[in-house]
Design a protein around this ligand. Structure first.
Ligand code: OAD
Length: 233
């Protein structure tokens, strides 16, 4: 058996595409009929809270109709095999990694199934609708908002992610366009610290040239094949 490696895996919307969740930058550049900036900025939340809350209510409700696919399950197998130290970082706000069996997931852009109190900062698990003015269970303020990292806000867990990138032997990017920073820059950070880098994406991403190796095709095929390869090595 090869020595255990430290592996950082970054996933994006492409890993959930085969489960039926729309990617952000698909044909037409709209996300479920909206420009990302109209539903994913602090300004949008302030200007039209009803629209923004309804948008995320609909995305949250849609989770019930989707299921994890072979790529989510393969990454969970890789973690469970315990052969390598695997940090799974996702930009996705769905819960398909968890439902696919992943034991540890860092949601750097937040989660649909969580509410954030704009007053006290508490995070509360949330499954139903969240109309504007919903009270925070922790402090009682009518200030709950979707626990989504909007453009212009700081992604979660950056210290832990950057520390893992600095010690990684291998960085793998799956199903992300490489259009949104800081995640788009992880490949350069990992490479700078000496990691090998691999892209698994339907098509070349914006940052494909930064990777040592790139494989292009659907995540549901590429990811299980890569995991089998790694576990057989
Ligand atoms: P994008 O929609 O920008 O990119 C999705 C990528 O997945 C594209 O490069 C597609 O080619 C690829 N793809 C599509 N189907 C695939 C499949 N079946 N298998 C493999 N790859 C496939 O999504 P992200 O890069 O995740 O932020 O977007 C990054 C962030 O932008 C999101 O987290 C979101 C958005 O604004 C927030 O919500 C805060």
């Amino acid at each position: 058996m090869r020595d255990s490696q430290t592996i950082v895996i970054l996933t994006g919307a492409g890993i959930s595409a085969e489960s039926g969740i729309a990617t952000f930058r698909g044909p037409g550049g709209l996300w479920e009929g909206h420009r990302v900036e109209d539903v994913c900025t602090p300004e949008a939340l302030a200007d039209d809270p009803v629209l923004v809350h309804r948008f995320y209510d609909a995305r949250r409700a849609a989770l019930a109709a989707v299921a994890p696919n072979a790529a989510h399950r393969a990454l969970a197998r890789l973690q469970a095999a315990d052969r390598h130290d695997v940090m799974l970082v996702t930009q996705n706000v769905d819960d398909l990694h968890e439902r696919g069996g992943a034991a540890q997931v860092l949601h750097m852009h937040g989660q649909l199934l969580s509410a954030l109190c704009a007053r006290c900062g508490a995070h509360t698990g949330w499954a139903g609708d969240m109309p504007p003015g919903t009270r925070c269970p922790a402090c009682g303020a009518p200030a709950l908002r979707p626990d989504i990292v909007f453009f212009g806000e700081m992604p979660y867990s950056m210290d832990a992610i950057e520390a893992a990138l600095a010690r990684a032997d291998l960085f793998v990017s799956i199903g992300t366009s490489g259009a949104v920073y800081p995640a788009a820059g992880f490949v350069q950070i990992a490479a700078h610290h000496g990691a090998r880098t691999l892209e698994l994406n339907l098509e070349p991403s914006a940052g494909t040239a930064w990777f040592d190796e790139a494989r292009h095709g659907p995540a549901g095929v590429l990811v299980p094949a890569w995991v089998e390869e790694l576990l057989a090595g």
